[in-house]
Design a protein around this ligand. Structure first.
Ligand code: ZN
Length: 173
């Protein structure tokens, strides 16, 4: 018999859910941009609820590890009183770096959903493939490209504005 469309990668309902949580991550990214930070936002979801969120803020916090993903993982782990975040999904607007991909494994995050790829420092499909390392004892499922245009636009606008500001002779605010 005709098997029909057997491969349905994402049900519409799941896609709506992913876009809703990514929408919140994008809001957080914009908060970071307003503070002069490279705009990246993240939320950690467990059982349908946001249990941690954050945005990239290494400059303002004087903390090189203060990436959006780490902020969301810290907030969630503190709130739940558990350093393992088993069964959770992390939403982040941009492909994670090596540090953050590693942190997802340490936290036992079940699923990663990201928006735009980061060709230089991205460590899921771009410059490295940390989550594919066969030596790791934990697998993270990955969904890419959710609201990627909005995530990439935030970054583009941020860097364009920064370049304009740092142009010699350009007005500074
Ligand atoms: Zn990172």
């Amino acid at each position: 018999m005709d098997a029909g469309p057997v491969s349905m990668p994402t049900q519409p309902k799941d896609q709506d859910t992913d876009e809703r949580f990514m929408g919140r991550a994008l809001e957080l990214a914009a908060e970071g941009a307003a503070l002069g930070e490279v705009p990246v936002g993240a939320v950690l979801v467990l059982d349908g609820d946001i249990v941690g969120e954050g945005f990239n803020r290494p400059v303002n916090s004087c903390d090189p590890t203060a990436h959006a993903e780490i902020e969301a993982l810290r907030a969630a782990a503190g709130r739940l009183g558990n350093y393992r975040l088993t069964g959770s999904t992390l939403y982040v607007t941009i492909e994670p770096c090596t540090m953050c991909a590693g942190a997802l494994v340490h936290a036992r995050v079940e699923r990663l959903v990201y928006g735009a790829v980061e060709p230089r420092s991205g460590a899921v499909v771009s410059s490295a493939r940390v989550l594919d390392n066969p030596a790791l004892n934990h697998r993270v499922a990955v969904t890419a490209g959710v609201l990627e245009d909005a995530a990439a636009k935030l970054l583009r606008d941020f860097f364009r504005a920064r370049r304009a500001r740092t142009q010699p002779g350009a007005r500074d605010d």
